[in-house]
Design a protein around this ligand. Sequence first.
Ligand SMILES: *[C@@H]1O[C@H](CO)[C@@H](O)[C@H](O)[C@H]1NC(C)=O
Length: 257
Amino acid sequence: MKMNNLSLLFLTHLTLFFICVCSQNIAQTQFVYKWSETYCNKDTPVGCKQIPPLKFTLKGFWGTDSNGNIQQGCKDPVVRDWNKVFDTAMVNKLNVFWPSLTKQDPKDMWKEAWNTYGTCTMKRFKTPIQYFNRASRLDSEIGDLLQSHLINSNGIVPCDSATYNNVEILNSFKKVAKNTDVYFTCKDINTTHAYLNQVTFCYTDEAKDFVDCPTSLINKRCRVQNIIVPRPSPPKPIKQQEKSLDPIAYGDSWSIM
Ligand SMILES: *[C@@H]1O[C@H](CO)[C@@H](O)[C@H](O)[C@H]1NC(C)=O
C-alpha cells in the first residue's frame, strides 16, 4: 500500500514534469494562406516549378501564445512512420490546398511543417495525422469561400491593372471569417501600390472557431491604398515582347526545368 502510494506520487510528478516540458501553451491557432502568384513571382524569387495556380495555397498552420508569438521548434517525442502518415488519401487531400510550388518534395515540406509547428500543438493534435486532418478540414471550411468571395465574384479580379483599397480587401476576407478581424500582408511596389501577399485567419486554440487576430498583428496589416491581386500568366513568346528580355533571367523567374 505504501509502495503503491509512493509510486503513484512519483508517477504524478513525472507526468507533471512531462507536461511542463513538452506542451506549449497555445492561445490561438493561425491558418495562413499565400497568394501563389505573389509568392512565386512578385516577392523574393523562390523558383516556382509551375505556373502558379489562380488561388490561395496554404503557407502554414501553427499555434501562437497569448502575445501572438508563433510557437515553433518543439521536439517530437515519437519517431513517425511517414509512409503511414502520407498515404495516398492524405497526399491527395493535402496537394489540393497545400501544394509545393517549388522543387521541394511536398512530403518534405509537410514533414517540416509538422516538425517546426505541428509539434508545438500536440496538446490539441496528438499526431501528424490529426494535425494534417485539421488543416484539411479548415481548408474545406474556408478555402472555397475565400476563392468565391475574393476571386470569383464581388468584383475583386486578379489582374495586374486592377487595384482595390485595403478596406475592400479586408471586407472580402472578413466575410469568409464570420466577421472576425483578419490579418493580411502585402508586398510593396512603391508607397502607394502593393501586391496582396498573405492572409491569416485566427482561431481558438483547438482550431475550431474564428477569433479576432491579435492586435499586435492587426496593427501591422497592409494599409496601402492600392492593392493588386496579380494574375498568374504563362511567359509570353519572345517575339511579342517589345523590349529585349534577358532569356536567362526570364527562364529563372519561371524556373522551367
Ligand atoms: C507605383 O506602382 C504602380 C503599379 O506598378 C504604378 O502604377 C504607379 O505609377 C507607381 N507610383 C509611383 C509614384 O511610382
